[in-house]
Design a binder for this molecule. Structure first.
Ligand code: TXA
Ligand code: MG
Length: 332
């Protein structure tokens, strides 16, 4: 693919200027690629009903065509219009959690390009809460296909700088609306199964979902970002920084002999240094900071990141899922 000039524009994350966003919307309407913030991570957007534009996403990311994309909408109405059938479960979950970090997999209409859905009969839909994302979708006047704005298998971006480091020169524009607040990708729930099934855990966790309805969780069947849907159940290396990642239990940490080339991510409060980052012991705050910590160790002289293993329950489930993948070497 040819090299592009990636323009960066800054907007207020809470009250974005429509005039500034119009420039981004024009690029998208024209079939271009624009990265923008959502409350979870930055997305790499393209006009979701434009086959050629969608092709650009796969090229820029180096993402296999077997991996379907999420369509981002600005209303529940728009989501309904993209589904062949809008199950009652979809309505109930959308009413409870949209706008927000929840993606629903529903039966799709024919008008959606097959490449968006990787040839599947379903489509993943999300109505994000971020004011920039919402305004942009409205201005473009069409749903936006947007995977996380990182190269294939890499850590999702939570700032515009992370996006530029990975995709600068490969996309047309980055809308910088500041760091994202959730920090982990959305929870994905398939409502084409009964009961609905969690395909990817996220910050809308099982406890919250089950207050609305019975859901099944995805033990052994988690959809991986870069996993061909045709082969569910396989787990792959993903969310990976340059360095290898190792998870170590808290009680083993103090006995750890430090070597050059190592960096550390710990939980709670302690002595920080240029090689040790402490993340809060509250899972939501931990999630917000995790990817920035991983990105900060994407430097030449770090070859191993040692991460203190978090608890595996409640809102930590999604974090543990991402850390396990980050620690996976090669395809397994
Ligand atoms: O928070 C998020 O979800 C972010 C922001 C940008 O919205 N997006 C994101 O997209 O994480 P991506 O492409 O990195 O992850 C989307 C996941 C992939 O694992 C894909 O396999 C799954 O959604 N997916 C998409 N369509 C699907 C479908 N029809 N059935 C099952 N899984 C699907
Ligand atoms: Mg991704």
């Amino acid at each position: 693919m040819g090299r592009k000039v990636t323009k960066i524009i800054e907007v207020d994350g809470l009250v974005p200027s429509r005039a500034k966003l119009e420039e981004a919307a024009a690029i998208l309407r024209d079939g271009g690629l624009v990265a923008f913030p959502t409350e979870t991570v930055y997305g790499l957007g393209a006009c979701g009903l434009n086959q050629e534009a969608v092709k650009g996403i796969f090229e820029a990311k180096g993402r296999p065509a077997t991996n379907p994309l999420i369509l981002h909408v600005s209303s529940v109405e728009e989501a309904r219009s993209l589904s062949r059938e809008w199950p009652v479960e979809a309505e109930a979950l959308a009413q409870a959690f949209w706008p927000g970090p929840l993606t629903l997999v529903v039966p799709r209409i024919e008008a959606i390009p097959a490449s968006v859905c990787a040839g599947l009969d379903t489509v993943a839909l999300r109505m994000p809460a971020h004011p920039v994302a919402r305004a942009l979708i409205e201005l473009v006047g069409s749903p936006l296909a947007a995977p996380s704005a990182n190269r294939y298998t890499r850590v999702s971006p939570t700032t515009a700088k992370h996006v530029f480091d990975g995709l600068g020169g490969r996309i047309d524009m980055i809308v910088d609306g500041g760091p994202t607040t959730v920090g982990l990708e959305s929870t994905i729930v398939s409502v084409v199964e009964t009961p609905p099934r969690i395909l990817r855990p996220g910050m809308v966790d099982e406890v919250e979902l089950s207050r609305v309805m019975e859901v099944s969780s995805a033990t052994g069947l988690i959809v991986d970002d870069e996993m061909p849907r045709q082969a569910p159940g396989l787990s792959r290396r993903h969310y990976s920084p340059d360095a290898t990642v190792r998870l170590v239990d808290s009680d083993r940490f103090d006995r750890f002999l430090r070597k050059p080339g190592q960096a550390f991510i710990r939980i709670g409060m302690g002595q920080a240094d240029e090689r040790t980052i402490w993340l809060p012991d509250d899972p939501r705050e931990y999630a917000r900071g995790l990817y920035a910590a991983l990105h900060s160790f994407d430097v030449d002289d770090v070859d191993e990141i040692i991460i203190e293993r978090p608890p595996a329950n409640g809102a930590w489930t999604a974090i543990c899922d991402r850390l396990r993948r980050a620690a996976t070497q090669g395809a397994v």
